[in-house]
Ligand binder design. Structure first.
Ligand code: CA
Length: 225
């Protein structure tokens, strides 16, 4: 899951970014509305956290312009306390939810979870592919009742594959969802992580048919076939 944080108060922006990374999300920060808009249009995010009072372009305009550009990424608006009218306008301009500042990080995480699972896996929190289950809330992966220990990035990679089970995902797509844009990641880094995952979940003694498939020239997919 990759999240864009658009917030001009550096302290708040960086606290959110750090917190999100601890929760195994990849997070980018934009400190003004224009930069936020540009990133939201050019990069592929799963969620945008958008402050309203921003330099260069205010949050409502960013939101409206993104929807005009057919960018349908879920948007969570941050408003200062008491700006009720902003909330209404925010939702009218195409935002999906809002949160009043100051907020607890727990509440922010709960809203994020609700928004990012809305389009896919809406009712289902636990992801299942074959004999493999992944719980995005508890950060656990189990295979036939046995816990599998993964690193943060391995977990994010597996979650991304499982949320898109059956679909072929290009390496570039995987990089943009699992790593931050400022992390210098080469396509063969993905190969290394895929290899590590295979060593943990596709052990030959466990199964005849592997779950992670390489689609030559395209990328990877997870599934029973
Ligand atoms: Ca602000």
């Amino acid at each position: 899951m990759r999240i864009l944080v658009v917030e001009d108060e550096h302290r708040i922006a960086n606290t959110i970014k750090k917190g999100l990374e601890q929760e195994k999300y990849a997070a980018d920060v934009a400190y003004d509305g224009e930069e936020g808009f540009d990133l939201a249009v050019t990069e592929d995010y799963d969620l945008i956290i958008l402050d309203l009072l921003l330099p260069l372009m205010d949050g409502l305009t960013v939101c409206r312009k993104l929807r005009e550009r057919k960018v349908h990424t879920p948007i969570l608006i941050l408003t200062a306390k008491g700006q009720i009218r902003d909330k209404v306008e925010g939702l009218d301009s195409g935002a999906d939810d809002y949160l009043t500042k100051p907020f607890s990080f727990e509440e922010l995480l709960a809203r994020i979870r609700a928004l990012v699972r809305r389009p896919k896996n809406f009712t289902q929190t636990i992801l299942t592919v074959g004999d493999l289950t992944l719980d995005p809330k508890l950060y656990t992966v189990e295979q036939r009742g046995t816990k599998i220990i993964l690193s943060n990035k391995e977990f994010s990679l597996l979650e991304y594959l499982m949320r898109n089970a059956g679909k072929i995902l290009a390496k570039e797509q995987i990089i943009s969802h699992v790593w931050n844009y400022d992390a210098d990641i080469l396509p063969n880094t993905v190969e290394v992580y895929i290899r590590n995952l295979r060593n943990k979940i596709d052990k030959p003694e466990l199964r005849k048919k592997p779950l992670i498939h390489t689609v030559r020239g395209f990328g990877y997919k997870i599934g029973e076939k």
